[in-house]
Design a protein around this ligand. Structure first.
Ligand code: URA
Length: 476
């Protein structure tokens, strides 16, 4: 007798498990079974005999997670192999631990391909914003072409990462929706979506910035980001041009390098470390502000932070405590960071100017904005912080931070939400300062802008953490 259990595109693992239980518990031999994906043509035996009723049977605990992965495989014979191993596990509890077993090795290889496909999906899904006017949750859409049937396996990752927004991921066979906190999958054939938007430009600017022509590793890049993913990655169409220009750019970089006479260069280099050692931020007198302030307020946060947040200067509370962003502006920032899903304790927070500049008025100290020469005098400390932290992304809050980081003092409102480049070549996302939100008569609007910018930052940091480092490593 031949059985031909049908496996649906969605719920494939549960369907395989139930059929395998019915068949294995009745000692049906693998040779009597033809596993069939739903929609695929029936074989010689049509839809086969009705499955026998399942008898009580337990599947080994370590078998189930492996089976869940392998069930998603499109490889020919994957479901059959799984069944054969299930039967063998019954008389051999330690079978899966036997790495020398040929069938166990084949199963592990199939599972590895699924894990790799999932890793690529985490790294290369690019959400495009499609929020209609007036919607109270932001909405994002993405297109991805996985090699295997992984949509259900991977959905939990995206619901956790992007819990506060609505999103749809469309693949050629399944549409996954996360709307108002509810996840659904629908087996639906779709053609490729061609999506273009602002975030796409962010990615493009970002990759153009982190590309270092002097460290081009084409093989590593193609291994981590195989060409088949390129057509859906906004940054990918830059790559051929960047590669083509790499040699000329390296040559240009060599030409542009300072051509100091060797003796003079050596003397300067000799002096530099000594000067850096001699100078301490707490004794800094590079501008007059420090003389009036209680103390310098350097940045705060882990030295391996991926995100650096730069404000303007310490306020009254920061001046007294010696820590950045602990006063009212800090509270506005904290609440926006947590609403955007960013963990402040994982970020490095600092200011463009390290001393509090103020005007005494009675017992009060009234904030004064730092001027251009003060910002520039203080840049040395920010430069040191950037060199130590080497963040993947810097968020500049307000015009002083934007000017200190990029050298450009132009109006913030036309620049916010966009990525610019810091003087050291790092990507800088421009946003508004939390104090501006506190002072503004239109604070809700300004806060909304900051929130959007921080969410943008989170999407970029998330993508970097989830494997886009692969791209970065290959490009940098
Ligand atoms: N504003 C800043 O820019 N930095 C602080 O630390 C506090 C307020």
């Amino acid at each position: 007798m031949i059985y031909a259990p049908s496996l649906p595109r969605l719920g494939v693992f549960a369907a395989w498990r139930d059929a395998a239980r019915a068949l294995a518990s009745n000692n049906v031999s693998p040779d009597q079974i033809q596993w069939r994906m739903e929609g695929a043509e029936c074989g010689l035996f049509g839809s086969g005999a009705a499955l026998p009723a399942a008898q009580p049977m337990t599947m080994p605990k370590d078998f189930l997670p492996l089976a869940k992965l392998v069930c998603a495989s499109r490889a020919t014979g994957a479901h059959d192999l799984l069944y054969r191993v299930l039967l063998r596990c019954r008389g051999n509890a330690g079978l899966l631990g036997n790495r020398a077993d040929a069938e166990v090795q084949q199963l592990e290889a199939l599972a590895k391909n699924i894990r790799r496909d999932m890793h690529k999906m985490k790294a290369f899904v690019r959400f495009r914003e499609v929020t209609p006017q007036g919607a109270n949750r932001r909405q994002f859409l993405s297109w991805f072409e996985p090699d295997h049937c992984i949509e259900e396996l991977i959905a939990g990752f995206f619901t956790r990462r992007f819990a506060d927004m609505d999103w749809v991921i469309v693949t050629p066979e399944v549409t996954t929706r996360f709307e108002g906190g509810t996840l659904t999958h629908e087996a639906l054939r779709s053609d490729r979506l061609d999506l273009r938007d602002e975030i796409e430009n962010l990615w493009r600017t970002y990759y153009a910035n982190i590309f270092n022509p002097a460290r081009l590793k084409i093989k590593a890049m193609q291994l981590e980001m195989p060409k088949k993913y390129w057509k859906n990655l906004p940054e990918a169409d830059l790559i051929p041009g960047l590669i083509a220009q790499a040699e000329a750019r390296v040559h240009q970089m060599q030409q542009d390098a300072p051509t100091l006479p060797p003796m003079r260069a050596e003397r300067i280099l000799d002096r530099l470390p000594a000067r850096a050692k001699a100078e301490n931020i707490h004794d800094c007198a590079r501008c007059p502000i420090g003389a009036q302030a209680t103390q310098a307020v350097p940045g705060d946060g882990p030295h391996d932070a991926r995100l650096m947040i730069v404000g303007e200067q310490p306020g009254d509370r920061e001046d007294l405590s010696g820590k950045p962003f602990v006063g009212p502006a800090g509270q506005v920032l904290d609440s926006a960071l947590s609403e955007a899903g960013l963990d402040r304790s994982a970020a490095y927070t600092t200011s463009a100017v390290k001393h509090f500049k103020f005007q005494p008025r009675g017992k009060r100290r009234i904030h004064q904005s730092p001027n251009r020469s003060e910002i520039s005098a203080c840049r040395i400390w920010l430069t040191q912080e950037i060199a130590t932290i080497q963040p993947a992304l810097i968020v500049a809050l307000g015009s002083a931070a934007a000017e200190a980081l990029t050298g450009n003092g132009a109006q913030i409102m036309v620049r916010r939400g966009k990525i610019e480049t810091s003087l050291e070549g790092l990507p800088v996302l421009i946003s508004v300062h939390p104090s501006a939100i506190l002072r503004s008569s239109d604070s809700a609007n300004l806060r909304g802008m900051m929130l959007d910018d921080l969410k943008q930052a989170r999407i970029m940091i998330d993508a970097l953490e989830n494997g886009t480092q692969a791209t970065q490593a290959a490009l940098s």
